[in-house]
Design a binder for this molecule. Structure first.
Ligand SMILES: [Zn+2]
Length: 166
């Protein structure tokens, strides 16, 4: 999801590399009770799809129209899913924070877009900044809860009026 305060992704190759190292080692992926637990590989996932170039969505009726490659990056921090006594060894599961969903026609750009969203929502320390769209906070109003400030972003929550997945 786009947001007014999302930083642009760097173009310099050294900055890009630094950014992805930062992403890989980000504290949001640290297991709450086991710092030795493998980190980023559990928390975010890379998928790919071929989509229709015009709509950037998968055409399920005519697969031959799906000619544009996209790398998708999705994920989220660990969340506790069981109380003690634990029904299993690990009472945590990784979450899917849809605010972080990112896509691009190449994997490096998709990861950099994901990193920018991690920075926006989890800072450098992994603590959720609580930025949610208006309609998420008050779903009785639905998407109409957001109001365009005139620049394509909501004047209240700062999210893009179009909830594009990039
Ligand atoms: Zn809003």
């Amino acid at each position: 999801m786009q947001h007014r305060d999302l930083k642009p992704i760097p173009t310099d190759i050294h900055e890009r590399r630094e950014r992805l190292t930062w992403l890989d080692q980000h504290p949001a992926w640290c297991h709450p009770e086991d710092p030795e637990w493998p980190m980023s590989s559990d928390c975010f996932h890379i998928r790919f799809a071929y989509v229709q170039p015009d709509t950037q969505t998968i055409d399920h009726d005519d697969d031959s129209k799906n000619t544009r490659f996209e790398a998708w990056v999705e994920g989220g921090p660990w969340q506790r899913v069981a109380e003690e006594p634990w029904p299993r060894d690990n009472p945590y599961e990784t979450s899917k924070d849809y605010r972080l969903n990112s896509a691009a026609t190449d994997l490096e750009t998709a990861l950099l877009r994901f990193a920018a969203k991690v920075e926006l929502h989890y800072g450098d320390d992994g603590i959720d900044r609580g930025r949610w769209p208006c309609w998420w906070k008050d779903d009785s109003k639905g998407p109409e809860a957001c109001e365009d400030a005139g620049d394509g972003y909501c004047k209240h929550c700062g999210f893009g009026m179009e909830t594009a997945n990039n």
